[in-house]
Design a protein around this ligand. Sequence first.
Ligand SMILES: Cc1ncc(COP(=O)(O)O)c(C=O)c1O
Length: 388
Amino acid sequence: MTDVPTRTQQPVPMLDFSRQFATLRQEILDSIEAVCTSQHFILGPQVTSFELAAATACAAPHAIGCASGTDAIWLALAAANIGLGDAVITTPFSFFATVSAILRCGATPLLADIDPATFNLSAPAVEKVLHSPAGSNVKAILPVHLYGQCADWDAFTALKQHHNLVLIEDAAQAFGATWNNIPAGALGDAAAFSFYPTKNLSAMGDAGLVTTTSAAIDDHARVLRAHGMRRRYYHDEIGWNSRLDSIQAAVLEVKLRYLPKWNQQRRDHAARYDQLFHAAKLTASSVTEGIVLPITDPRAGHVFHQYVIRVPRRDALRQHLADQKIGSEIYYPLPLHLQTSLTTLGYKQGDFPISEAAAHEVLALPMYPELREDEQQTVVDAIATFYA
Ligand SMILES: Cc1ncc(COP(=O)(O)O)c(C=O)c1O
């Protein structure tokens, strides 16, 4: 009699940084060593060199490194002269920083609901806000390219032209994404990127970047990230310390070279998840009937920063996966209009029903370039067992 090997299921982490580091170890250590040798730690030559490389990658004329994605949103808004008395329309279905950065520059956030297919800010919902009494103070729209898919830039460009608005991209999750083949970062008047370690282009600490098509925004953002100084110790306006450090820039420049390959691997993994779910006959067009797979607008070049499905009984499924050591995440469990710290915005439960439904149904599955096929199969098998 032959022994049948018993298959012990390996954990499938949501993200495993060590796999990427193993492939780049020497290159990254060399780049950090070069900064140590130069002893130029803040806004050094590596920052300038990364800014040029990032601007080229985004097809944007200007790129300004800064301390985080949160700061990048603030810098982009403030550099576009948005402040006290101005309103900015954005989505309630995003990371907190999207709204807190608007508050930090002194402006008022106005929220509009999302598109149910893409989870991105809905242009028709924004238009309604523009026509409401509060709409008269709106100076900018801040769509988020959520999960790595650009928001409907055709529609937002039409609104910009019709209402004479500034368009700022929250591209924190979307380095390398495109809309009609134009890269995120070159779509709006300015864009904000995050290089937080979980992002598709990630630093080894906090870091961020503003890109812009405007020479005036570029100049203003550079002044604002360094305490409003043009001349050392002469402060023309109130800026902040949001300088990018050279070690992060050096690491980012190494990783940027690999990003097109990594983004393609993410797209391949997304296509494989789609196939596996179809093969398991788990998919449906509505969450009451089964799993709704991610929907990509044909004009969008998605980079699948996250692969997010909508599922019935989401929290029980998540527990089932956790019991089998399979990682998953919820981006985001509580929409921003229902956050305790934002009650002063004056919104209430029921104001944004599409965002509220999404917050109960979305589940992000393991997704990173080094994810293996057998791990994806394990994830889908475990989900199939749950719904069996
Ligand atoms: C959509 C979005 N906006 C802004 C941010 C803020 O970026 P950071 O964490 O680098 O400050 C993030 C990242 O967490 C994000 O996902």
